[in-house]
Design a protein around this ligand. Structure first.
Ligand code: GTR
Length: 326
């Protein structure tokens, strides 16, 4: 392409963009803690593209990535109040608010990512999405969050005994605090955006997360020991503010719902690719990966966590049905 043709193409593209932006009657503002290019951010952008096409440019989505609208717990509140329209978050920060979300945040509840997909794509997933409605939110779709493992700045964790007394950051949910305690560590619940400096300054020794978060947050730079104990497979969720939802016609609500659903397979593909790329990046950067550990003691240590948190008939039933899902 010559300079002139590429300039013309660029101009045409910006005119087209401005045209479609002008046509948007409703722009849904969407929050995400992750940086641009991260699979969750790209999935919601993809959803927005589908929505814009299918509504002939009337409905648009603007994604505010990199926690521009705040940390997850705060943005959840703002979404409930209708200040933010859409929010892509982990299920973890919902645990203290929406009982049903607890079951997917239990350590080792899912045997594999495939098992998680089967559960979330079926009736149980639909019931959990439905539970958001009582809390001023509309649950639209589940996204992948891989499996989460421990990492720290101090030493390779080869067994549960190595966790004893360590200060580990967890997401803001009582289940994760109790999980860390049952494994012998001290839990520090912190917003995601504070973890890097907390490790750097020694306030905490480490944290836990999936490959893409460990990599994109730069946590691998300050906590180079990653132990693949895979204690959590917590799905992520795209929710909409009930206030924003109620402003849409039933036809437009259906368009939003369908666009969200259609972004899921695209997200899963992007996720699988990013998991691999992130793992390769941290390994190349010199992180020490502890791969073959015996998970049995970790799993056994979780019995009191289940006993404490799975208390109601609804939760007991959900857990039994998840475990029975082949
Ligand atoms: C990530 C997840 C975020 C956030 C973060 C955390 O894996 O995608 O939504 O929950 O973990 O640990 O706070």
């Amino acid at each position: 392409m010559t300079f002139t043709t590429s300039l013309t193409a660029a101009l045409l593209a910006s005119v087209a963009l401005a045209g479609s932006a002008l046509a948007c009657e409703t722009t849904l503002r969407s929050s995400d803690t992750h940086p641009d290019g991260y699979p969750t951010v790209e999935a919601v952008k993809h959803m927005g593209k589908l929505l814009e096409e299918r509504s002939a440019g009337r409905l648009c989505v603007e994604v505010f990535h990199s926690a521009q609208l705040g940390e997850e717990k705060d943005t959840i509140e703002q979404t409930r109040f209708g200040v933010i329209d859409l929010n892509r978050v982990s299920m973890g920060p919902f645990n203290n608010l929406i009982e049903e979300t607890k079951v997917v945040s239990l350590p080792y509840i899912f045997r594999s990512v495939d098992h998680m997909h089967k559960v979330m794509d079926g009736d149980i997933g639909a019931e959990i999405l439905e539970a958001f409605t009582a809390h001023d939110l509309v649950g639209l779709a589940f996204f992948d969050g891989g499996s989460r493992s421990f990492y720290n700045a101090k030493k390779p964790i080869e067994s549960m005994a190595d966790l004893a007394g360590m200060n580990m950051r967890v997401m803001q949910s009582d289940i994760f605090v109790d999980m860390m305690g049952a494994m012998g560590a001290n839990a520090t619940p912190l917003p995601y955006g504070e973890v890097y400096s907390a490790i750097q300054t020694g306030v905490i020794d480490g944290a836990e997360n999936n490959w893409p978060s460990y990599e994109s947050s730069g946590h691998f730079e300050v906590a180079g020991y990653y132990t693949m104990d895979e204690h959590l497979i917590v799905p992520e969720v795209l929710v909409m503010s009930k206030a924003a939802w109620d402003k849409l016609t039933p036809e437009d609500q259906a368009l939003v719902q369908q666009a969200a659903k259609d972004s899921v397979p695209v997200m899963r593909e992007m996720w699988a690719a990013r998991e691999k790329a992130s793992e390769e990046k941290v390994v190349a950067a010199g992180a020490t990966i502890i791969r073959d550990i015996d998970k049995t003691p970790f799993i056994e240590a979780m019995v009191p966590v289940y006993e404490k948190h799975v208390t109601t008939d609804t939760l007991k039933d959900l857990v039994a049905r998840i475990q029975a899902t082949e």
